[in-house]
Write a protein that binds this ligand. Structure first.
Ligand SMILES: NC(=O)c1ccc[n+]([C@@H]2O[C@H](COP(=O)([O-])OP(=O)(O)OC[C@H]3O[C@@H](n4cnc5c(N)ncnc54)[C@H](O)[C@@H]3O)[C@@H](O)[C@H]2O)c1
Length: 255
């Protein structure tokens, strides 16, 4: 059976639990014919355990996106395993507790800086770390939560996602000549570890129950994973700097 990622080699970050969007992107990518390699934070053992639930084995490499040594060694390690890359999935987000949950006006810059470093700047760091492996071009895909609006509880993750969205556009600008595309999936709320670490996240998510045109299931990360795989494929060959909503259509509804 042929798949839309046949012959493609893809690096997937962010597989932590089965509820991780990245787990579903990785699973679907393998099902669609890709060879994948995973990166893990904070510990490879956790990701290795979850990786056993994937359809095929996948090597796991430790990667803290704020660690320059990890980033510097990434291309060589991936080259040994896969030779080159056609795609990179950035599925990484983090903000300290005092940057979330209604503390927006009192959050110290140190915590804001951490949120920005891990959640936004890392799209650039990861892309550049993988660029030597994408000599033939490639597709970088990240995950955002619509940064056009101020949401309850989301606090400094909001500006971090706005920075991620802008960073994606600038990567698209600067790497287009090398045929490297950079796009984001703007996902609706999913009950992952990252979401559960946001105090009051269920209040935010409940908006989807009455405003989303399509029924939204917070327990199902697969639609977001499908969006990621579509952007990794050759079916969006001239799309870059784009944000595609996989949010049940809520972004289109005013009230
Ligand atoms: N869950 C949602 O409602 C939702 C909605 C829209 C977008 N997103 C985004 O999707 C992406 C994946 O999140 P998820 O919901 O699957 O949750 P998740 O908790 O499963 O994934 C977050 C990942 O970020 C990784 N990470 C954190 N700090 C890191 C670091 N320093 N270096 C490398 N990796 C690091 C964690 O290891 C984890 O795998 C994030 O960018 C998140 O903001 C999530």
């Amino acid at each position: 059976m042929s798949g839309i990622l046949d012959g493609k080699r893809v690096l997937v970050t962010g597989v932590l639990m089965e509820s991780s969007i990245a787990f579903h992107a990785a699973k679907l990518a393998q099902e669609q014919g890709a060879e994948i390699i995973l990166t893990a934070f904070p510990r490879p053992t956790l990701t290795e355990r979850i990786a056993k639930k994937l359809p095929k084995p996948a090597k796991v490499i430790e990667l803290d996106v704020t660690n320059d040594q990890h980033l510097a060694g990434l291309a060589d390690t991936v080259r040994e395993e896969l030779g080159s890359l056609d795609g990179v999935v950035h599925s990484i987000g983090f903000a300290p507790q005092d940057a979330l949950g209604g503390n927006f006006l009192n959050t110290p810059f140190e915590s804001v800086a951490t949120a920005m470093h891990v959640s936004a700047y890392s799209l650039k760091s990861l892309t550049m770390a993988c660029l030597p492996l994408m000599a033939e071009g490639g597709s970088v895909v990240g995950l955002t939560f619509d940064a056009q609006f101020a949401w309850p509880q989301y606090d400094w993750m909001g500006p971090a996602k706005a920075a991620l969205e802008a960073t994606s556009r600038y990567i698209a600008r600067d790497l287009g000549k090398q045929n490297v595309r950079c796009n984001l999936i703007s996902a609706g709320p999913i009950g992952s570890m990252a979401a559960k670490s946001i105090p009051g996240f269920s209040e935010l998510a409940s908006v989807w129950n009455h405003r989303s045109p399509l029924e939204w299931d917070m327990a199902d990360p697969e639609p977001a994973g499908r969006g990621v795989v579509a952007l990794l494929s050759d079916w969006f060959p001239k799309t870059t700097g784009e944000i595609i909503h996989v949010d049940g259509g809520l972004h289109a509804i005013g009230a």
